[in-house]
Design a protein around this ligand. Structure first.
Ligand code: ITT
Length: 203
């Protein structure tokens, strides 16, 4: 069976491919698709955005699709950046941040600025994954990874907010651990393993 992993994020794609390698499916990515479409993430919840992406890509490409909306929720910031995680640097909340090198770096800079002097650094990553089989059925799962926000970025692995996220019971950031270890403890790893269990029952 072929499944399209509908993400434009290369870091996410790598992790999905590794996590799905334990089941017998052929994974395709948006890069494998000749015709391109854009799906806007304009909803207020991870689930609504993930459903929207899964359905639009599945209906367009006539393929079963896995789509995800993910993000970082920071307790002291009223759970921001949340669904705005990818474009946090560019939203009005907390003032905009100039992109000097890349968006990930601008997002991190803004988050650390807003948390300057803040003692409560609790945060969690959220991954909401939707599988949609065109005209047949859909299902969704969610995974969380709890931790704290570091004072400064460390590590070169992973992507996004990984260099400032210290997972619970670790003393290093998510960008300092191996991809295999990240998949074991991450929000995405948990959501995808739950998805695999559900898929095994219906496929
Ligand atoms: P797609 O929508 O195409 O999948 P995206 O990057 O826009 O790609 P999201 O809307 O789900 O993905 O935004 C998630 C953002 O949250 C992402 O850009 C990262 O900044 C951050 N993020 C999500 N998962 C992460 C992880 O495992 N490690 C670090 N940051 C993560």
């Amino acid at each position: 069976m072929k499944i399209l992993i509908a993400t434009t994020n290369k870091g996410k794609l790598k992790e999905f491919k590794a996590l799905l390698s334990e089941i017998n499916v052929e994974t395709l990515s948006l890069d494998d698709m000749e015709e391109k479409i854009e799906v806007e993430e304009d909803k207020k919840t991870f689930l609504e955005n993930a459903i929207k992406k899964a359905k639009e890509y599945a209906n367009f490409y006539k393929l079963p699709v896995i789509a995800e909306d993910a993000g970082l929720e920071v307790e002291a910031l009223n759970n921001y950046p949340g669904v705005y995680s990818a474009r946090f640097y560019d939203i009005d909340f907390g003032g905009k941040e100039e992109v000097l090198t890349n968006k990930d770096e601008a997002n991190i800079k803004k988050l650390l600025r807003l948390l300057q002097g803040e003692k409560n650094r609790k945060a969690r990553f959220v991954s909401t994954v939707v599988f949609y089989f065109p005209d047949d059925f859909g299902l969704w799962t969610e995974g969380y990874c709890y931790g704290t926000i570091a004072e400064e970025p460390k590590g070169e692995k992973g992507f996004g907010y990984d260099p400032i996220f210290i997972p619970e019971s670790y003393n290093k950031t998510m960008a300092e651990i191996s991809p295999e270890e990240k998949n074991k403890i991450s929000h995405r790893g948990k959501a995808v393993r739950k998805l695999i269990e559900k898929l095994k029952k219906v496929l």
